[in-house]
Ligand binder design. Structure first.
Ligand code: NAD
Length: 240
């Protein structure tokens, strides 16, 4: 079996954590990152390597900071898959948002995709193959009140996906995004039980998606034909 390497940003919890395990099951050696939860990530990396017999390198750093991403890639000599997952949300009126909060959303959710992709692409070009998967949101497609910056960052991610896919298709590197609806992670822990329940009632599939189902979508994209590129695939249970 050929040795395959994947990087998942924001893998200490939520969707990134589930994606990491799904990739480990597929036999990928992993590079995992997070912002603050170093001990949690180190323990998880150890667990995955023990359980699935893969190598797993944890890295703590800010993916919205070009220097941190540069340091991460100094440790990555080979890469087949990049999952740009690290992200944060901000709920509040645009008129009450500070420039610092705007910058933080943009750097974490969008600049990070640029920083990681620009360093991943040369590694993939060398192999004439690779997959970049961006974890986006339905709000990047349709916009959300009280989440203007978040929507803009994910809308930017969607356009980046389409444009970079065109740039890299001749080099056999596929770039796609998954526009998630509501996924049951800590990102939604500000929602009350009643709010979650009323959201569930709006979703035709009648449940809030588990992170493992989003991870399954990532794996499906890895197995998809090379002709599938530049797509923003909505995974929202028919919600939007
Ligand atoms: P989460 O809050 O559970 O996990 C976020 C992860 O990102 C953590 O590991 C955290 O350490 C990491 N992270 C945050 N800022 C970072 C930074 N600057 N540098 C490095 N790592 C950083 O969130 P989640 O729900 O698992 O979200 C993962 C992705 O899915 C995000 O991009 C989010 O926008 C997207 N998404 C989530 C939902 C949802 O309903 N949960 C819906 C649509 C899209």
């Amino acid at each position: 079996m050929t040795t395959k390497y994947a990087l998942v940003t924001g893998a200490s919890r939520g969707i990134g954590k589930a994606v990491a395990e799904a990739l480990a099951i597929e036999g990928y050696h992993l590079y995992l990152t997070c912002l603050h939860s170093g001990d949690t990530l180190i323990a998880y990396a150890h667990e995955l390597s023990e359980k699935y017999g893969i190598s797993c390198l944890p890295f703590v750093g800010d993916m919205g900071n070009a220097d941190d991403v540069g340091m991460l890639f100094q440790r990555i000599p080979d890469l087949d898959v990049l999952v740009n997952n690290a992200g944060i949300s901000y709920v509040g009126l645009l008129s009450e948002m500070s420039p610092e909060d705007w910058r933080n959303i943009m750097s974490t959710n969008l600049d990070s995709v640029f920083y990681a992709s620009r360093l991943a692409v040369p590694l993939m070009l060398r192999k004439h193959s690779g997959k970049i998967i961006n974890i986006s949101s339905v709000w990047g497609n349709v916009g959300a009140s009280m989440e203007v910056a978040y929507s803009a960052s994910k809308g930017g991610m969607n356009s980046l996906t389409k444009a970079l896919a065109k740039e890299l298709a001749p080099s056999n590197i596929q770039v796609n995004a998954i526009a998630c609806g509501v996924i049951d992670t800590d990102m939604n822990c500000h929602l009350s039980i009643e709010e979650k329940e009323s959201l569930r009632q709006e979703i035709p599939c009648d449940y809030i998606c588990a992170p493992s189902e989003a991870a399954q979508m990532v794996i499906s994209l890895l197995h998809a034909p090379a002709y599938l590129t530049g797509q923003v695939i909505t995974l929202d249970g028919g919600w939007t």
